[in-house]
Design a protein around this ligand. Sequence first.
Ligand SMILES: Cc1cc2nc3c(=O)[nH]c(=O)nc-3n(C[C@H](O)[C@H](O)[C@H](O)COP(=O)(O)OP(=O)(O)OC[C@H]3O[C@@H](n4cnc5c(N)ncnc54)[C@H](O)[C@@H]3O)c2cc1C
Length: 402
Amino acid sequence: MEVVKGVPYFCKSENKCKQYPYFEGEKKADILIVGGGIDGAIANYYLSEKYNCVLVEKERIGCGCTSCATVLLEYQLDDFAHELDSVMSESEIISVYKMGLDSIEEIAKLIKTLGNKCHFSKRPSMLFSNKITDMPSIKKEYKFRQKHGFNVQYINADNNPYPFELKAGILAPDGGAELNAYLFTKQLIEASSNQSQIFENTKVESVEKIDDKYHVYMNYGDKIIVDKIIYATGFNFEQMPSANMCERYVTYSLVTKQIEGLSFKNNALMQDSGDPYHYFRMLPDNRLIYGGEDTKFSGDTISESVAKKKYEKLNASLIKMLKQYESRIAIDYEFSGVFGQTDNNLGLIGEGEDKNIFYFTSCGANGIINSFCGAKLVDDIIQNKQNIFKKLFDPNRYITDK
Ligand SMILES: Cc1cc2nc3c(=O)[nH]c(=O)nc-3n(C[C@H](O)[C@H](O)[C@H](O)COP(=O)(O)OP(=O)(O)OC[C@H]3O[C@@H](n4cnc5c(N)ncnc54)[C@H](O)[C@@H]3O)c2cc1C
């Protein structure tokens, strides 16, 4: 299945991860993590501190959807709080927002320990609209967050500090962060304590349960015997019992060359609330990444012709927004990738129908931030401890809904 089209800006050849060997022979471990994208890397980093973990990746580390993630890490979700009230209670939404802020702090702490090799920076996050009709929703979300103690400012045409038009916006000065997901994945993998148990070019083909153990067979017949399996296989659902555990979309991205003179106050992360929506941020080398125009993903490949049209649309919308920079905007990269969307905007993280099989997939435009509580969630489930996010991330919520 093709989950990425084009050459993502983020995993240039000079950034490539150290190469890990393919797996040969037979091995026993506590946990097998299948998939070496950012989700597998997060799970492996934390869980290998406590358990004997093996990670296998069928291709190269970080080269799935992770390689093209724009990475606006924001505590807010894709939908407004008031649009989520049929799937989450008010207190759950507040817990999820707080968990997003905590995840940003946790990543910052981790980067302090490991060193910043992934262009991590805390950033303000800005959700805005330039349509009068969207103003009531933006105001409602602003009031919701303000009422519950989140640090937010209301922005309108009169106090707009940005070089483009907007009618209304919510600025969360400490609500976001950015990083290069490919480099972060590489960093987590290379800093994990189980270096001799990480394998590339090793595809899980089949699993057999014998007594309480899983005998997991790789593409050349080699075998790993484990107590538990964590599938962090992204949006390739081949290994999952029920196809389409969440809706899949393709999102499209442009990266410009450096745009002389362009800056956004404090390099805020920008997302509009349009339909289709757009998101953008400045990259550390002063380029702009601009994305959105999502389409539903079906079949096994991303359509080249649709992608081409979407890049044209994105380019036109970017030029319309930054009219005064038109002559300085030149596109350097075009790429697209698949991501998943769930009705409560949260990932699929937790145990499957079989209690020793776990899924670990971040979903939604801000999914990566939420997968930071995923390793703790999985560990708590393994240890039979309570965790308030168990129900919200439960992968079975989709199986039972269908
Ligand atoms: C263009 C774009 C922009 C995005 N922007 C953001 C954003 O701003 N913020 C945000 O939070 N998220 C964003 N996302 C979403 C984010 O990229 C994903 O949520 C995240 O990368 C998913 O990571 P993953 O590790 O689950 O998947 P992947 O990176 O796809 O990793 C899964 C890995 O599993 C491996 N695998 C699959 N099957 C097997 C098997 N049988 N055996 C062994 N290995 C296997 C694959 O080869 C792959 O490497 C964006 C996504 C795209 C496409």
